[in-house]
Ligand binder design. Structure first.
Ligand code: URA
Length: 243
């Protein structure tokens, strides 16, 4: 379910603000009834009319992007920096990222225009597994890794237990590559966790999101998710299981 004004705005009829005015002025009907409540939620099957003209809801689109470093996880940037939607020049629907990756983080990001799907994935009930590969400064000790696995106190609370693994190290350069698996998504979480144990992140990539991987893509490339993958993601977010 999505808010009526958002659905009207997404159909390209009016901005979100104008859509609210249309509703308040009694110009919008849902399933034949005039609706003046701004909080009204509608689904894809509800019949919406604006000034008696049926609204055609945008087709839902779902993409997986291999976000390069140096790109903002947003649809526009007032400083003119590259944004993730720049990688979809021929997609007409108003897609936006589900969650975010930092400007300097590369990796797997989902984009969609399906608000309900996006909310579902972001819901903390069954937070989807995310696998990160981090290059860090220094070589973390076993104790430091244990600390990450138990949870780290950050300013916005303790992190949930994480799975971490040292995958390689370069003693000469004094750096290590680690795999970090999280089921939550606090802001800049991996970077802050690594900083807290004294091993700041030098490079960060999200390799996996649930069962999705970057397989077959290079940075800057994307592909549409299959209907089956979308269904699987929904199940994963609703039940914690990947049926
Ligand atoms: N953790 C981070 O620190 N940054 C990201 O972009 C994602 C997870």
């Amino acid at each position: 379910m999505e808010r009526l004004q958002k659905v009207i705005a997404h159909a390209g009829i009016a901005s979100r603000r104008k859509a609210e005015e249309l509703i308040l002025n009694g110009r919008v009907k849902v399933n034949g009834k005039t609706v003046k409540e701004l909080g009204t939620k509608v689904s894809a099957t509800d019949k919406i009319k604006v000034d008696e003209v049926p609204l055609v809801q945008e087709e839902k689109r779902y993409f997986l992007l291999y976000k390069p470093r140096g790109v903002i996880s947003a649809v526009s940037d007032d400083k003119g920096r590259k944004v993730v939607t720049d990688f979809f020049p021929i997609v007409e629907e108003r897609i936006y990222p589900v969650g975010r990756l930092d400007y300097d983080t590369s990796g797997l990001l989902i984009l969609t225009n399906d608000g309900e799907f996006s909310n579902l994935l972001a819901h903390p009930r069954y937070e989807i597994k995310k696998v990160y590969i981090a290059k860090v400064k220094g070589i973390p000790t076993k104790e430091a890794l244990k600390q990450l696995e138990k949870g780290i106190h950050l300013e916005d609370g303790k992190t949930a237990p994480a799975k971490v693994k040292l995958t390689s190290l370069d003693r000469k350069k004094g750096t290590a590559i680690m795999e970090v698996i999280l089921h939550e998504g606090k802001n800049r979480q991996v970077r802050r966790m690594m900083e807290a144990i004294g091993h700041p992140v030098l490079k960060l990539k999200r390799e996996q999101y649930g069962f999705l991987t970057l397989h077959g893509l290079i940075a800057g490339e994307s592909r549409e998710l299959t209907p089956h993958e979308v269904k699987q993601l929904r199940t994963l977010a609703q039940t914690g299981k990947n049926r």
